[in-house]
Design a binder for this molecule. Structure first.
Ligand code: ATP
Ligand code: MG
Length: 590
C-alpha cells in the first residue's frame, strides 16, 4: 500500500536546490544579482575549475548584520519583499529568498560581510544545513565563496558539463548582468586570470563595447524609441550578419536580464524578410516600462518576465526596430567615393570604359576572367553590351543616392555586373529578382497588374499537396493570381501577377505549397500571406543560368536599388556584393 510521507528538511532543500541551481552559471548569476541588489558600485566575480572548484563574488554593497546573515540561509528569507503587494512591482533582481539556501544545500559556502554601520565584519561558514557565524575583520560589503559545487549530489556533478563548457555558460550569465546594469564596475576572472573589466556609470553603448567588443559595436545599428511610458534603446546587427542561435539576443527589461516572448517575437518580426529561416540577429535591447506592466514572478530561475499587455510590447519593439532597419537598409553601403557623375556626364563612355578596363585587366592578370563574361557567348572577349547600347542613353539609371548606375553585362548567366558611381556591384539575378517581386507584390496588395493566360492551365496535384494548397488560395488571389479549385485535386490557373515567372504551373504551385508546409502551415491570415508571398517571390523569380536581355537587367537593377531592403532577399540571402571604389583602389595598391 502506498504511504504518503512528509519529506524531511534536508531532502526538501535538495529538491528546491535542483530548481534554482542548474550549474555553476546559476551560482554566478544568483550571487551577482545579490551584489547588485545590495547596491554595489563594484562587483568582482571569479570562477575556478569551471565553477565546480570555486566561485567567488565580492561587492562593496550594503553588507549584512548578524541577524541578516543567519537568516539569509533560511529558505524564503528575504529582505526584498515583505508581502504580496510588493510582488506587483519588484525592483530588485531577487525576491524569493531561495538562492543562498539552495546554493548552500549543494556546496560549501563561506561568507565575509560587513554592514555599512558595523565596526567589524562577520564570517559565516555554511555546510550541510548548519551555519557557523564568527566575528572577523572584513571590508564593507560582502564576499561569498562557493566551493565544491554538487559535492553531495554526485549525480548532478556527473550530468553537468565539462569545466570548459560550464565556464562558458557562467561567463555568459555574467555577461547578461554586466550588460543589464550600467552603474557598477564589473570584473570577471577565470582560474585567477582577469578576463575583462568594465567601467562604472557606463552608457549602454559603452557597456556593449566593453562586454561584447568594440569591433562588434562598430557594426551595430543603434536605435532609440519612445512611445507613451514605453522606451527602448537597442543595438542591432545588420541583416548581413546573422547567427545560428538565439543566444546573441540580449533583452533587458527594466534593468533585469530576462526573456519575454512578445519582446523576442517583436525582435524577430523586425527582421522578418531580412534573415534566412533559422538565422537570428545579435541584439542588445534595453526596454523600460512601468513596473506594473511586467510580472517578474513567473519563472523558477527568474529568467523570464511576462507582460500584462504582450501585444503592446510586441508592437512597440517590432515597429521601432523595423523602422530603423528599413531606414538603414536604404543607405547604400560604401558611398565614400566621389561620384564620377559630378566630373563627367553620368555614365559617360570614358568613365565606363576606364572602369571596365581596369577591372577586366585586374581579373585577367589574376586568371579570374572567365570565358563568356559580359554577355557570355564563349568568345572570351568582352562582348561590350554596354557599349553596343550607347552608355548614358538607354542603360544609365539613377540610383536613389543620386549616383549613376549602369549595367555592364551578365556573368555566367547568373550575375549582373553593374557600375554604381565608382563602385563595381555584382548582383545575383535570382535573389535580386526575388526581392523586387516581394516588394512589388507586398506594396501593391493585388494591384500589381495581372497577366491573363490565353489558355487557362489545369493541373492536378496529389491529395496532400491539394489539401495544403487550399488554405493558400485566398492569399494567392489577393496577390494577383487567378487560381481556383477545379474539382477533386485539380486547380486551374487563369492568370498571374506581371513579372512573376510561373513556368511549369504544377511545379510552381507545388513549390509554393512546400514552402508553406515548411513554415508550419501558419493558420493566422497575416503569416499565411507572408509565407505565400515569399514562396511566390522565390519561385517566380528569374533563376540562375537564364540569359537576360539588357533591358531586363537594367529594369531589375533599377528596381532593386529602389527597394527599402536592397541587400537581402526575403529569405535573407545577399542580393549583391559591392566592390567599392576604395576597395578597388586598395586592390591595385593605388
Ligand atoms: N551580497 C549581498 N549583500 C547584502 N545582502 C545580501 C547579499 N547576498 C544576500 N544578501 C541578503 O540575503 C538575503 C537572501 O538572499 P537570496 O539570494 O537567498 O534571496 P533573495 O535575493 O532575497 O531572493 P532570490 O532567491 O530571488 O534571489 C537577501 O534578501 C539579502 O538580504
Ligand atoms: Mg538573491
Amino acid at each position: 500500500m502506498a504511504k504518503v510521507r512528509k519529506l524531511d528538511e534536508a531532502t526538501i532543500a535538495l529538491i528546491a536546490a535542483g530548481e534554482v541551481v542548474e550549474g555553476p552559471w546559476s551560482v554566478v548569476k544568483e550571487l551577482t544579482e545579490n551584489s547588485l541588489d545590495a547596491g554595489a558600485g563594484r562587483v568582482d566575480v571569479s570562477v575556478d575549475g569551471g565553477g565546480f572548484k570555486e566561485i567567488k563574488v565580492t561587492d562593496d554593497g550594503c553588507g549584512m548584520g548578524e541577524e541578516d546573515l543567519a537568516l539569509a540561509f533560511e529558505r524564503y528569507a528575504t529582505s526584498k519583499v515583505a508581502g504580496p503587494e510588493d510582488l506587483d512591482a519588484v525592483a530588485t533582481l531577487g525576491f524569493r529568498g531561495e538562492a543562498l539556501p539552495a546554493i548552500a544545500a549543494v556546496s560549501r559556502v563561506t561568507v565575509y560581510t560587513r554592514a555599512e554601520d558595523e565596526p567589524t565584519g562577520l564570517k559565516a561558514e555554511v555546510a550541510a544545513g548548519t551555519v557557523a557565524v564568527s566575528r572577523e575583520g572584513a571590508p564593507p560589503g560582502t564576499t561569498v565563496i562557493v566551493r565544491d559545487l554538487f559535492y553531495n549530489v554526485p549525480v548532478r556533478r556527473k550530468f553537468a558539463g565539462r569545466p570548459a563548457s560550464e565556464w562558458r555558460r557562467a561567463a555568459e550569465a555574467f555577461k547578461r548582468l554586466a550588460l543589464a546594469r550600467l552603474a557598477p564596475a564589473f570584473s570577471l576572472t577565470k582560474d585567477r586570470r582577469l578576463q575583462y573589466t568594465t567601467s562604472a556609470d557606463a552608457t549602454a553603448r559603452q557597456r556593449v563595447g566593453e562586454v561584447l567588443g568594440w569591433e562588434l559595436l562598430d557594426q551595430l545599428i543603434p536605435v532609440a524609441a519612445q512611445r507613451g511610458d514605453f522606451s527602448l534603446e537597442a543595438y542591432l546587427s545588420p541583416a548581413s550578419a546573422s547567427y545560428g542561435t538565439t543566444g546573441n539576443i540580449y533583452t533587458v527589461v527594466n534593468g533585469r536580464p530576462a526573456r519575454a516572448k512578445p519582446v523576442f517575437k517583436g525582435v524577430m518580426s523586425a527582421y522578418d524578410g531580412r534573415l534566412e529561416r533559422g538565422r537570428y540577429p545579435l541584439v542588445v535591447l534595453y526596454l523600460d516600462v512601468p513596473a506594473e506592466a511586467v510580472d517578474v514572478n513567473v519563472h523558477p530561475r527568474k529568467e523570464e518576465v511576462r507582460f500584462a499587455d504582450g501585444a503592446a510590447a510586441f508592437e512597440f519593439v517590432s515597429r521601432a526596430l523595423r523602422e530603423e532597419l528599413a531606414r538603414v537598409g536604404v543607405v547604400v553601403p560604401s558611398t565614400t567615393f566621389e561620384m564620377p557623375s559630378r566630373k563627367a556626364p553620368s555614365g559617360s563612355p570614358e568613365v565606363t570604359a576606364a572602369i571596365r578596363e581596369s577591372v577586366q585587366g585586374y581579373l585577367k592578370r589574376h586568371g579570374l576572367w572567365p570565358e563568356g563574361m559580359f554577355g557570355g557567348v564563349g568568345s572570351g572577349e568582352v562582348k561590350a553590351e554596354a557599349a553596343a547600347a550607347p552608355a548614358g542613353v538607354a542603360v544609365a539609371e539613377r540610383s536613389p543616392d543620386g549616383g549613376s548606375v549602369e549595367v555592364l553585362g551578365q556573368l555566367d548567366n547568373t550575375y549582373v555586373i553593374v557600375r554604381r558611381g565608382g563602385d563595381l556591384v555584382v548582383v545575383d539575378q535570382h535573389t535580386a529578382h526575388e526581392r523586387v517581386i516581394y516588394d512589388r507584390l507586398a506594396r501593391a496588395a493585388g494591384d500589381a497588374g495581372r497577366q491573363e493566360l490565353l489558355m487557362p492551365v489545369t493541373v492536378s496535384l496529389g491529395a496532400a499537396a491539394a489539401a495544403d494548397l487550399r488554405p493558400c488560395l485566398q492569399a494567392l488571389n489577393d496577390l494577383g493570381f487567378g487560381v481556383e479549385e477545379f474539382g477533386g485535386d485539380a486547380f486551374v490557373l487563369r492568370g498571374h501577377p506581371n513579372d512573376v515567372r510561373v513556368g511549369d504551373v504544377e511545379k510552381f504551385l507545388a513549390r509554393v505549397v512546400t514552402d508553406f508546409v515548411e513554415e508550419g502551415r501558419p493558420a493566422e491570415l497575416e503569416r499565411r500571406r507572408e509565407s505565400v508571398l515569399k514562396g511566390v517571390a522565390c519561385h517566380g523569380a528569374v533563376k540562375a543560368g537564364e540569359r537576360l536581355e539588357h533591358a531586363e537587367m537594367a529594369a531589375l537593377v533599377r528596381d532593386l536599388f529602389a527597394s527599402p531592403s536592397p541587400d537581402v532577399c526575403p529569405h535573407g540571402r545577399p542580393t549583391m556584393v559591392n566592390l567599392a571604389a576604395r576597395d578597388l583602389a586598395r586592390l591595385f595598391r593605388r
